[in-house]
Design a protein around this ligand. Structure first.
Ligand code: FAD
Length: 497
């Protein structure tokens, strides 16, 4: 309620926020979480909570009247369509040079992501988080994070024979014939559930192509893991459809937090203020960076330092498809949960996730999301004229990622006698270089904050999400975001409470 006082307010319910909520509630602290997205606990008119990947509807996009699908075209045909404006699950947030995809709802990105739960190679970690001790991460916090998230490997014997992973086996054959290491990666999907989907005993989710607009079954999202455990303490309150718009020091100590309650068309129906002794910014790399950049520029938090908004990267994301020969079908049935990648980081600066293209028909296409060593970093900046936060990313910077990805796929194409697909992104383009799924940075650890996420300039303000990581994790990021949050919150609980 407006006027209330809470010991801890957490802004956002993604990985960082849920780790903070669990560890603080277990330590005996009452935690209130504000989440701008919906709770995603109520079925729609079709009896399902989430829409299918191939049939986006009002549930699929955050406040858009037309879908903005990551793969905008297929066989040359545009796929986007009009939808009613709604507080849907996937935000395709447009900046000048890049569209940043993010999950919206209680559970953040865990609601929409592929569940690929990858720990970076230890030898690469010093470049990912230079101020963090690898021994404590690999000895304690990565294991704690993967256990908390429910990360498990796929059963290799089942995988080898499963129709739904034919696309991945084709990906392996092509990688290995060109001499690239093919690595299995674990996932948070419930593999027993997927086996039953394949056997025909339960409603399909991953095998129905569900992923970017939510999974109705099978995926261990944050509301089923970290958040459920936090709620079980009896000390957690979560307010969905509440957007935090301001945080400023309160006259008698702590912080005054302004929240706007939204209706499902995105209109503010109520503005509330609460006071909080401590505030954890966990709104995701973009959400946290935008908020802090605006609060610093508009005088709500003027003592934040000049590192706010800086060090943002796209994890080098770039997508592409390859056209296989007719004797290399990738399968009509494709599990939406990826299980493997091609590691060419050392020689070419690229790690390519062998991704599904779950269209329900044979496409003869191999599809990949590459994570690359892109050196460019952008900055969030306040524009006083438009009263908006802008991002200085330049679309041309993706060329470095394309070059890195080509170290894998040019060689595979030469070996296999195949070509790139040009029908997936519109305009005969080969590369999906207009987007990222992996925003990182903007309030970097050890620069905007101390080495545990305490914001410089204010006692009791913390960053605990992907904004802390300076732009790249060499692999998919959520395990690293979770593990870093585990490390930081342990230190904060021991020293600050
Ligand atoms: P988020 O998970 O983004 O959570 C932030 C939350 O804060 C959101 O719920 C948001 O709605 C809320 N919020 C924002 N601003 C406010 C505000 N002002 N007030 C209140 N609430 C606010 N990563 C992997 O490791 N493996 C994968 O397979 C993978 N696949 C992906 C697929 C897709 C389609 C996408 C979009 C992402 C994928 N990712 C994957 C990335 C991963 O999901 C993100 O890196 C991760 O969710 C980021 O965690 P976070 O805690 O930083 O923030």
């Amino acid at each position: 309620a407006s006027g209330a006082h809470v010991p801890v307010l957490v802004v956002g319910t993604g990985y960082g926020g849920c780790v903070a909520a669990l560890r603080l509630t277990v330590a005996g602290v009452d935690v209130h979480m504000a989440e701008m997205g919906m709770a995603w606990d109520t079925p729609g008119p079709d009896g399902k909570i989430f829409a299918n990947t191939t049939r986006p509807d009002y549930r699929s996009f955050w406040l858009r009247t037309r879908t903005r699908q990551p793969l905008s075209n297929f066989l040359g045909f545009p796929l986007d369509k009009d939808v009613p404006r709604h507080t849907g699950i996937l935000d395709a947030e447009d900046f000048a040079g890049i569209t940043v995809y993010q999950g919206r709802g209680v559970g953040g990105g865990s609601l929409v992501n592929g569940g690929m739960a990858v720990t970076p190679r230890r030898d690469l970690f010093p470049a990912v988080l230079p101020t963090v001790d690898p021994a404590e991460m690999y000895g304690t916090y990565y294991p704690r994070a993967t256990a908390g998230l429910g990360v498990t490997p796929v059963d290799p014997a089942w995988w080898e024979a499963a129709d739904c992973y034919q696309y991945a086996r084709v990906g392996r054959r092509h990688a290995e014939r060109s001499g690239f290491p093919f690595v299995f990666v674990p996932n948070v999907y419930d593999w027993d559930y997927m086996k039953r989907e394949a056997a025909g005993g339960v409603p399909r989710s991953a095998l129905e192509g569900e992923v970017i607009y939510g999974n109705n079954h099978g995926k261990k999202t944050l509301p089923k893991t970290y958040l459920a455990r936090a709620a079980a303490t009896g000390r957690l309150a979560v307010s969905p459809l509440h957007e935090v718009t301001a945080v400023t020091p309160a006259p008698r100590g702590g912080y005054t937090v302004t929240l706007e309650r939204l209706d499902t068309t995105g209109v503010t129906v109520e503005t509330k203020t609460v006071t909080a002794d401590r505030v954890f910014f966990a709104a995701g790399s973009v959400g946290t960076s935008k908020l802090l950049t605006r609060l610093k520029a508009t005088g709500a938090l003027p003592a934040l330092n000049d590192q706010i908004g800086k060090g943002w990267g796209d994890n080098g994301n770039v997508m592409c498809g390859r056209a296989n020969h007719m004797w290399d079908p990738t399968g009509k049935l494709q599990s939406a949960m990826p299980t493997a990648g091609i590691d060419n980081w050392d020689a070419g600066g690229a790690f390519a996730e062998v991704a599904p293209l779950p269209t329900g028909i044979e496409t003869y296409a191999s599809f990949y999301l590459s994570i690359t060593k892109n050196p460019h970093r952008a900055e969030f900046r306040w524009n006083p004229a438009t009263r908006n936060v802008e991002l200085t990313w330049d679309r041309a910077w993706k060329q470095a990622s394309i070059d890195a990805a080509r170290t894998i796929f040019d060689r595979i194409n030469a070996k296999e006698g195949t070509i790139y697909r040009t029908d997936l992104f519109g305009g005969n383009r080969i590369w999906g270089d207009h987007l990222t799924y992996h925003p990182l940075g903007g309030a970097v650890l050890g620069r905007a904050t101390d080495n545990h996420g305490r914001l410089h300039g204010y006692d009791g303000l913390y960053v605990i999400d992907g904004a802390l990581i300076p732009g790249n994790t060499t692999v998919n990021p959520f395990v690293t975001i979770t593990a870093l949050a585990e490390r930081n919150i342990e230190h904060i609980v021991a020293n600050d409470l």
